[in-house]
Design a protein around this ligand. Sequence first.
Ligand SMILES: NC(=O)c1ccc[n+]([C@@H]2O[C@H](COP(=O)([O-])OP(=O)(O)OC[C@H]3O[C@@H](n4cnc5c(N)ncnc54)[C@H](OP(=O)(O)O)[C@@H]3O)[C@@H](O)[C@H]2O)c1
Length: 244
Amino acid sequence: MESKRIIISGATSGIGCEIAKLYITNGYKVGIMGRRIELLNKLKEKSPENVFVQQLDINSDDATTNFQFLIDSMGGLDIYFHVSGIGYQNVPLDYDKELRTAETNCKGFTRMITYAFNYFAQQGKGHIACITSIAGTKGLGASPAYSATKRYQNHYLQCLAQLSAIRKTKITFTDIRPGFVATDLLNDNHHYPMLMKKEFVAKEAYKAVAQKRRIKVIDWRYNLLVMAWKLIPNCIWERLSIKN
Ligand SMILES: NC(=O)c1ccc[n+]([C@@H]2O[C@H](COP(=O)([O-])OP(=O)(O)OC[C@H]3O[C@@H](n4cnc5c(N)ncnc54)[C@H](OP(=O)(O)O)[C@@H]3O)[C@@H](O)[C@H]2O)c1
């Protein structure tokens, strides 16, 4: 039987790199993308014949051309897994950090996800998975652009899931929402409680995609937290001092 083909954006480090390793180990044809080509090439060494490398910046105009080039070199695509993202704690509200986050997590995300949607719609089927965050489930004042852009991602995936139903395409969507994970993204000298290992989060994400889960919060403690903070009325929430 032909092996399934998956492309992962943001496979150079952190959660995306661990997810890529799992798909490689499980016999998939794996396309890996990101800006740091040397890290992609290192990952390819794990299984040179099954791993396909494409240097790609999701904020660049040629991103979709490069994405299509990778799809073609793999002979097609079954799953697109969007992991690329940036974020900052930004209590001083640095303007550049906010704009850069919006650019990558909204514009870059939309560029890649809409391309994957249209590709799968034309093909008649496919699966789009994304690492968003629990940060999108409530407005977090300590990281405004990060929290708001993750909300955008949650919402956009829901819009496309409904659009897929309207257009009667067979596209599956999985929105994966982890709490804090020990990766470079949080390497900023702040203290983060309930920190999870990236290997654990990748395994849970892999399982959620295999089970075609629509939404998966990782882990159960964060699931409880999200349920609890959704119950807090906005007038109280906006007075809380939540920061790390
Ligand atoms: N760490 C957490 O606590 C946590 C929690 C929930 C959700 N997440 C989400 O998980 C995802 C992965 O983050 P991480 O924690 O694993 O941090 P990370 O190690 O910093 O990984 C970020 C990944 O995104 C890629 N990326 C960033 N900008 C890009 C661009 N313009 N074009 C292409 N790729 C780009 C990076 O690749 P290059 O730099 O090589 O391009 C890297 O592979 C992010 O979307 C993040 O929001 C993280």
